[in-house]
Design a binder for this molecule. Sequence first.
Ligand code: FUB
Length: 323
Amino acid sequence: MKERTPLVTHIFTADPSAHVFNGKIYVYPSHDIPHDGEDNDDGDEYRMEDYHVLSLDNLDADCVDNGEALHMKNVPWVSKQMWAPDCAYKNGKYYLYFPARDKDGIFRIGVAVSDKPEGPFAPEDNYIEGSYSIDPAVLVDDDGRAYIYYGGLWGGQLEMWQTGKFDENTPRPAGKDKALGPMFAELNDDMKSFKTEPKHLEILDENGEPLKAEDEDRRYFEGPWMHKYNGLYYLSYSTGTTHYLVYATSENPDGPFTYRGRIMEPVIGWTTHHSIVEYQGKWYLFYHDCELSNGINHRRCVKYTELKYNEDGTIQTIKPYEK
Ligand code: FUB
């Protein structure tokens, strides 16, 4: 596969979560459905109904679409919009985490299990108890403990839970208000339930102050990812309205995190969503843009490019259309 070209062109794909399992690269994307409807701030244009797992035997190989891994018709609690998924391996099983709207139209996070990384995945009957919002990402740490990160503003409904209950009329943080960080919880050993009460992660600026809602170049919007580099925890995410991929670091998986910089400048299309994975001693960023559809926001395509660190552990900013 060539860097910075669509991994596949026969379907539209987005939100890639990449992992190395059994020496191969597996990519868990959203599967965008083409339609002629309009975009809105709730993301109603993202009408996904199923997941296909992509795989690469190596970075020179063609990308394989392993077919349908899970369809919403087989998930009892889902009404629509199966958005950005992730996958984790533990205890000999693969766990697919995915957000979708429940029968009341509220985004929740579900889990489905398989013996194989490409699926098919068997869903649990209900969503993870206590879960809400979108964009799950799971880190299985070196000591075997598993952590889930999730949440997204606007259409992802994260602001609507500020009182602890779902309320569509809850005001969004604005101006000098503290920005909402992504959610964090440790998972139980069954990988299907929260071990700890979910909490917002703190993201601090260079003075140790929490990022503010008005700081749209740096504050969290959606699409969290967690990876470790030289023992440090790197939380990366999209800034949404300003379309950057940025990162913050911490000594601990649950923070507090300190903002460190920008990973990638904006791509073609409104959303930007990524994952970071190490493969054969190098690091790669998987991301999407709308190049394949000439800029239609809900017809995206997944790509990858190399990601480089500086000696001090900072990440070199990628300009997606410049070498
Ligand atoms: O794919 C639907 C939504 O768009 C995702 O959940 C967000 O991260 C954004 O990429």
